[in-house]
Design a protein around this ligand. Structure first.
Ligand SMILES: [Zn+2]
Length: 188
């Protein structure tokens, strides 16, 4: 039994198509397998790692809380008698600027206008006055001359005035220069 040249070519084409289809099917299967299984395997591993990290973090937070709770309470920065008098029921708050007793519910000291309200810094409107008070102190008041405080004034002024901050720095450094301790005068 013999095949003609045309029949052989047709047979080869058919088997070639079959092989091609099988290859495509295998490819589809494996690619689908890869696409479906790999992320699942990865997410599973990630979940386990994430859970382990969370457990470690929770344990460390618990240890930190236990350590803080176990520490003895101190009355710093002042002595125990001042701490006791501060916590008395009849203690009266005073203005941090002029020491006038503050027996009202307002945000400002009636004597000097300083911010004295207990939660003033949490109120967006009142907070602006408190920041203004701090910035004004940098240019007009006697402030401690230290690098940390100067950097604080610079950063706060950048936050408040943006590109106009250098104008503030001019007045800030003029005030700081003014506050520089003078060398003792030579004896005459
Ligand atoms: Zn006051």
């Amino acid at each position: 039994m013999g095949f003609s040249k045309m029949e052989l070519l047709g047979l080869w084409q058919t088997t070639h198509k079959c092989r091609q289809s099988i290859r495509i099917m295998i490819g589809l299967y494996t690619s689908r397998g890869v696409l479906h299984d790999l992320p699942m395997a990865l997410s599973g591993e990630h979940t386990v790692a994430l859970l382990a990290i969370l457990v470690i973090c929770a344990w460390e937070v618990y240890r930190l809380a236990a350590w803080v709770m176990a520490a003895p309470r101190t009355a710093d920065p002042w002595g125990p008698d001042i701490e006791l008098s501060l916590n008395r029921d009849d203690a009266v708050p005073v203005c941090h600027h002029c020491f006038t007793p503050q027996e009202h519910n307002g945000w400002f000291c009636p004597t000097c206008g300083a911010i004295v309200g207990r939660y003033g810094n949490y109120m967006p409107y009142v907070r602006v006055f408190a920041i203004g008070e701090v910035l004004r102190a940098g240019t007009t008041k006697r402030v401690p001359r230290s690098a940390l405080i100067t950097i604080g004034f610079i950063l706060l002024s950048i936050d408040m005035f943006a590109v106009a901050a250098p104008v503030y720095w001019f007045f800030l450094f003029r005030n700081l220069r003014r506050l520089r301790p003078m060398p003792p005068a030579p004896p005459s």
